[in-house]
Structure formats: C-alpha cells, structure tokens
Design a protein around this ligand. Structure first.
Ligand code: SAM
Length: 284
C-alpha cells in the first residue's frame, strides 16, 4: 500500500475537470521517484506545467526555493497563489512564450544566462501540442521531464523499423535526446486515467541539425500519411513534382527511414525550392 499524498486529501475538495485532463497524482512512491529523476537543485530556474493540487509542486519548491507554475484552471491557480514561493501564471501553456519566460527568470546582471528546466504531469488531451509548442523554444530550455500517456512516450523514443516510429519520433528526435524513465499505472492517480502513463526525460541537443521546420513537417507528414505503402506513392510524388534528383530511396516505407535521412532530405528540398529549380516557383 502506498501512502496517500497530501493532494489526495485536497482532491476531495476539488472536483476534477475532465476537459482539463485533471488526473491528480496520489502515489507517494511515484511522486518521490519523479522528483528524484528531476533532481532539483536550490536556485535552479524551473517551470512546472499543470501543477494541479501540487503533488509535484510541493516537493519541487521545497528543494528549489522558488518555482514558476503555469495552470489554466482558475480555482487551482487561486489556491496555488497562497504559496509564498510560487510564481503562478494562470494561462494556457500553449500561449506561453518560454523563450521570453527564460529571459525574465534566468537573466540577472551578475550571472551568465542559464536555461529553464521544464517539468509536468501534462494534460494528456493536449500533450502533443505542448511538445510541439516547446520545440520552438529549445534554445531556452535545459531539460524537460514529463508524465505522458505511455503510448505517446513509446512513440517519442521509438527507433525506425517498428509501428511506434512516426511523425512524433522524427520531429522530437531531431531536437532532443529522450529516455523513458518510469512506468506509472492508472491507480497512481485520482481519478485514474483509462491509460497507462510513463515519465520521459528530454534533453535538447546542443546543436540540432539546421533544418527548416515547415519543410521537415511537410515531408514527414506526407511520408507517414500512408505508412503501409511504399514512399514512392506519397513522398515520391512530391519529390517528382519538385524535380528532385537526389539519392533519397523511396522504395521503402516511412517507418524504415532514419531521422537523419528525413533531416537531410528536408534540407535538400528546401534548397531545391530556394534555388528556384522548382517549376512551381518559377516566376513567383
Ligand atoms: N501536476 C498535477 C498532478 O500531477 O497531480 C496535475 C496534473 S493533471 C494531469 C494536468 C494539469 O494541467 C491540471 O492541473 C490541469 O488543470 C492543467 N491544465 C490543463 N490544460 C492546461 C493548459 N492548457 N495550460 C495549463 N495547464 C493546463
């Protein structure tokens, strides 16, 4: 039996809002394991997404001394404001500019610029949009530790060759080294979600390949649009239409292509269009 955490008792007084993905952590063993994985150090600039009833917030702020939290639920934000050592941003995380936040939290005249640590047990209904939103702020972020639906974590860390490998794997592995840390069963939450969960660590690459994101997104989306078919039915048509004459082999399925090859192709395709070799750009 696990000892119920303080938030489990508080949960009795807050009615969880399903539309906000409110499943509150109550398993003290899991809370301890997550905090240990994050390893917060005094003074580090950290942001928690979706603090809820403060299951992670409390142990984190005890170790850090100060913590910034982003919570959409007005009632929960109000409760959190009572805590003297929390900076509470009541907002939709998808509208938060993490680069600007890093500048305000990290920059002091006497210290060199540091980057944000971002953590959270994410609302599962918008976890992928949150991951894509953060992708744009990689250079302002030191690391990310998130609880997500287990299936999503498996897709994030998947290697080529399997059915889990897809758009999410390519787009995120471009920018991060990722590691699945913990498996978390539904019984660790109140109310329990219908799916298993997992904790993932995401470390932004120091120098991610310089690739135009819209081009990479377009090509990867196209490639995985019909993942059972060979690529010459999907991506191949796009490449032919743009008079691509490179070495990318379309006699494969999307899931067989390593991340690096998608990155190289996006760079080449961008150059092709920028150089004006693409007939659809002629005279534009
Ligand atoms: N951290 C708490 C825990 O582990 O018990 C709560 C996690 S719960 C899965 C997700 C939290 O994210 C809820 O507190 C919910 O209100 C909040 N949330 C949902 N959508 C949000 C959004 N768009 N922006 C910020 N917070 C959001």
């Amino acid at each position: 039996m696990t000892r119920p955490a303080e938030p489990a008792r508080a949960a009795g007084r807050h009615r969880p809002r399903k539309r906000l993905g409110q499943h509150f952590l109550t398993d003290q063993r899991i809370i301890d394991a997550i905090v240990q994985a994050i390893a917060p150090q005094p003074g580090q600039p950290m942001v928690e997404i979706g603090p809820g009833l403060a299951a992670l917030t409390q142990p984190l702020v005890e170790r850090l001394g100060r913590l910034t939290v982003i919570e959409l639920d007005r009632d929960l934000a109000l409760r959190l404001r009572r805590h003297a050592h929390l900076q509470v941003i009541q907002a939709d995380v998808l509208r938060v500019d993490f680069t600007a936040l890093a500048q305000t939290l990290c920059a002091t005249p006497s210290t060199p610029p540091t980057r944000l640590r971002v953590v959270g047990n994410l609302p599962y209904n918008i976890s992928t949009p949150i991951l894509f939103h953060l992708l744009a702020h990689g250079s302002a972020i030191e690391d990310q530790h998130f609880m997500l639906q287990k299936q999503v974590v498996e897709r994030m860390v998947a290697k080529p060759g399997g059915s889990d490998y897809g758009r999410l794997s390519v787009m995120l592995q471009w920018r991060y080294a990722m590691e699945k840390l913990l498996h978390v069963p539904p019984a660790s939450f109140a109310p329990p979600p219908r799916v298993d969960s997992a904790v993932v660590r995401m470390l932004p690459h120091a120098q991610p390949a310089a690739v135009p994101r819209p081009m990479l997104e377009e090509l990867v989306q196209l490639a995985f649009s019909q993942r059972r078919k060979l690529l010459h039915h999907t991506l191949g048509r796009w490449l032919d239409a743009h008079q691509y004459a490179g070495r990318f082999d379309t006699r494969r399925r999307a899931e067989e292509v390593p991340v690096q090859e998608y990155l190289d192709l996006a760079r080449e395709a961008h150059r092709l269009i920028a150089d004006g070799k693409d007939p659809s750009c002629a005279g534009a």
